[in-house]
Design a protein around this ligand. Sequence first.
Ligand code: M6R
Length: 602
Amino acid sequence: MCGIVGFIGNKEIKNVLLSGLKELEYRGYDSAGLAVLQNGKIDIFKAVGKLKNLVDKTANYAPTGFAAGIAHTRWATHGKPTEINAHPHQGDRAFVVHNGIIENYMSLKETLIKSGAKFVSQTDTEVIAHLYDHFLRDLGEPKAAFARTIEAIEGAYAILLLDEAMDGAIFFAKKHSPLEIGKVGGEIYFASSDAPLVGICDSAIYLEDDSWGWANASEIAIFKDKEPQNTPAKPLPATQTGAQKEGFRFFMEKEIYEQSRVVGETIMGRVAGDSVRFDEIGEGFLDGVSALRLVACGTSYHAAMTACYLFERLAKIEARAEIASEFRYREAILREGELFIVISQSGETADTLEALKLAKKAGVLTLAICNVDNSSIVREAHTAILTRAGIEKGVASTKAFATQTMVLWLLALLIGDRRGAISADLMSREIMAIRKSALALQVREETHDLIRRMTKRYLYGHGFFYIGRDIFYPLALEGALKLKEISYLHAEGYPAGEMKHGPIALADAELFTIALMPRAILREKTRSNVEELIARDSTLLAISGEEFPLADDLLPIAASDHPMLEFYEMMVAIQLLALEIAVRLGNDVDMPRNLAKSVTVE
Ligand code: M6R
């Protein structure tokens, strides 16, 4: 959510900042801006909308020589996506970019206005610039002024600040929002995630919460509670992988097609013969674990829900899934013996990260299932399993979900095995199904073509219901979420058996029901629920491995006797369905309106 880049050095600074932003654009694309400080003068540019608009606006701007600069791509939280609200925000001497939310900005703003500050934007960020100026006037010294500014603000932030009178320097601060620093010779790079640094820096300093400081060509000074810190750098990956569309129309499409391969990689080294192992999980780690609590947001929450069925069915262990933003404030009771599992593609989702911190504080054991190594969630949890999906750029998550569910399925088998809950025969059948998953996830061109043609009948109407039972219920939720995110059509996921308790009142020919109809589990029960809708004239698209003549349309998948294989087949189908509907509606599939890839605000 929002992206931050900063640079101090001798390179062509505009290009460094813009190419850094390019890597982060999918995290927020309401507006973008940059500021460059050189010889006591700051040049600032802002543009509404995608980064391309800023690129066009700065086409004739080509500063050379030593300079310091900051840049930002925005996902609006406070104030509309206008140029005025775009970052950097400025005071008299201060220019600021910020990720996160300053929670006490209203009271700070009132005080600052009384002391003469002139605000122009509706953002919370602007208070940082005016606060700095205010303390600078009071204290007369930039470093002390910045320290006081950070003391005064509450909330979550990653901040970079330029002071017009301090050539070659950038102030920085971090709390609950990621920020890292890379150094190559005399050049210093800042970024809110690895991507802008990969290929440039070998390692990065991941700032800890409550860290702040400044950097210039000769030093990077980091403090925490006024104490100097010596935060070590950690290695960065050597190359950026998977960041090109490789002939696909959209990253999302490419990522759907990649699922078969990446799930194969998720399994690699984790299945040997008829047993499962995770190097990340040490010998005694699961000892004493008697219940599981899975906490996540969005698609990752759907993976958590799916996993609860698997954990209880296969490992015979109590499992409960919760939405992180709800868990945080409901004064949940965590019991001794619970393993607290957080699931996150990005590893930076604020609600999930804070839920994890709460669990750690409560003294329970924590495990992160995450796609991004070195992310805040990975660093915070007691241990982490990486999902190995590779970089996921499409805002609508696809391959991350596939790999999350695979890790969770493997984990259910591992826990079941350790608890003695799984017979050798069941284990062997499960492993066989796991080995077939990559095939179930392969996109068949004829299915994709059929979906492409079929979607023209599913563009209008008054809404979509995705229905399913058991693991196909969270998959129905996921199907509806995918459609909402990129098509902007109203869709709901519902347990098929629950429709008759109210929602069936909506059924008519303009209500599109997408029915997930597996063969391997609750086949007849699901059929009955679907027939109840057909009887009310709902237009029905069945996704099934079996014939279902009552359906208006049938999207055929390969039938299987294992529910997870049907799950993966159907998962690909609902992802492609959402994609093709969005394409027909002319939407930007990879960067849908109002969304951002990583939600680092609560
Ligand atoms: O990075 P995370 O998995 O923690 O993100 C959680 C959600 O924000 C994310 O899954 C979101 O719902 C996606 N846009 C879904 O496609």
